[in-house]
Design a protein around this ligand. Structure first.
Ligand SMILES: [Zn+2]
Length: 128
């Protein structure tokens, strides 16, 4: 009678161990009862841990999601940078256009950027 109780306890232990490894508690417990808790326990120890596999799969999925999110963020950042660059270059062009228009300090004639002397009065123009 004691042996039978020990046998049941061993089967339960195998079932518990199987559950810990992410496998069917009842299937492994019954297998232990049918064959031998020692043999089934050894087999269970040799088979890959499904709970670890599941964790790894979940982790990998999480990483992929993270990567996707980072990639999406990069795209958004790139788009924003592109917009910003466009805005900056546009502003620079606007500023450049404003700077290009200069007037002679002597007579007020509009000058071109490469003029060194005023085309109307001949005043020397210094470009800073
Ligand atoms: Zn002038």
């Amino acid at each position: 009678m004691f042996e039978f109780a020990f046998w049941i306890l061993c089967c339960a232990a195998v079932g518990y161990y199987a559950d810990k490894k992410g496998r069917s508690q009842w299937k492994w417990g019954l297998a232990a009862a049918f064959f031998s808790p020692i043999i089934v326990g050894i087999v269970l120890a040799l088979v890959s841990d499904k709970s670890v596999e599941r964790d790894v799969a979940e982790l990998r999925m999480g990483q992929e999601q993270l990567r996707d999110r980072v990639a999406a963020d990069e795209k958004i950042t790139e788009a924003r940078f592109g917009q910003m660059e466009g805005r900056i270059s546009g502003a620079a062009q606007a500023t450049g256009a404003l700077e290009e228009v200069r007037y002679c300090p002597s007579c007020g004639e509009a000058l071109r950027s490469n003029d060194k002397f005023c085309s109307r009065c001949g005043e020397e123009v210094s470009w800073v």
